[in-house]
Design a protein around this ligand. Sequence first.
Ligand code: SF4
Length: 440
Amino acid sequence: MSPVIPIRAETGVGCTDVVPLVERGQREVFCGLTGIIWLHRKIQDAFFLIVGSRTCAHLMQSAAGVMIFAEPRFGTAIIDERDLAGLADVHDELDRVVNQLLQRRPDIRLLFLVGSCPSEVIKLDLSRAAERQNQLHHPQVRVLNYSGSGIETTFTQGEDACLAALVPTLPTYPTNPAKPAKPNSETKAPHELLVVGTLADVVEDQLGHLLSQMGIEVHFFPPRNSQKMPTLRAGMPFLLAQPFLADTAKLLQDRGARHLAAPFPLGLEGTTAWLQAAARQFGVSQAVFDRVTAGPRQRAEKALAVHRAQLQNKTIFFFPDSQLEIPLARFLNRELGMHLVEVGTPYLHRQLMAPELAWLPSGTRISEGQDVDKQLDRCLQDHPDMVVCGLGLANPLEAQGITTKWAIELVFTPIQGYEQAADLAGLFSRPLRRRQKLAA
Ligand code: SF4
């Protein structure tokens, strides 16, 4: 059995003070509607009603990429010419569609009205529509709204907007200042942790198990069932499981929750540091932490070695897309020995990314936003061994002899935690191996 590797000691500040190359030009990204694909799988009694065009419906249908045998939990209320020409009252039409939907689907307990480019262009006030519908259907169904439009977003912002819409609805433990809770009363739960961000069920189970072995009670947000939303308490610590949840984190902090700064749980090292942030918060001893994590860490280390042999010293270039770029770059560089040519990110949130930036090698070229033509020029000039990009750029780059990885696959695949570390590495080593075989 290989020894447990320690987290590498820091020798500097990495990219903490990086001045990114900021570009504001044409972008090549999916819109926030895409998040519905993983969100509807997670919250199993929720329905996502997109208020959009046929384009939005087609995007969702093709991005979901599956034959739908069961009743789907997302759909599109199409804004058509009559609505656009003002011949029909869009609010009336929407009310009719929602009523029909809820009558047909009594299993729905949480309904999101999801805005799109068309609904924003015609300035359809979905918050008013959601409020009206909520008054009619709550408590049987809660109706909320958020925007998944592609006008100003990248695709993972859809989840941020969805969770941000949910935060104000989260219950809180009742507090009565006139009657402080007695120690050990049922309202005292000092070892409760909130984990924020959609994770695959298998990842959630693994991380939840590790934390509970350390004596930490975990609540996941979003939960699998909308009736089991986590209850907030003042000062409740939370860890982000995904790096693209800046608005959600801000709203949770506004409600008194406390963000624990940590790298994201990608790779062996990231997962260890993420778990350690929780362990530190609750005073878990190093001995307990080591005992709980030793097995999975050893397994991850062993499984990663195979991929390291393949990826070591290869160069990689990230186009901005999923907002996972910086944590992924850190993992690929530190644990697999890849060289970072450029790390593009749609937005650089310095505070949430601080632990990750500190772990990137100093001098890494970090770009924020996109001017796709200029970035393509840089990429072709650098000619990296691998590029992480959106679907629209992958084929042209492949044609130039550059191996690509679709960024969206990294969001759809379970990649967090120890047991998934090698799967994550495999997403990068496999395409390189395939190209080598084709070239042989
Ligand atoms: S929301 Fe906008 S970008 Fe997304 S599919 Fe609809 S029209 Fe296209």
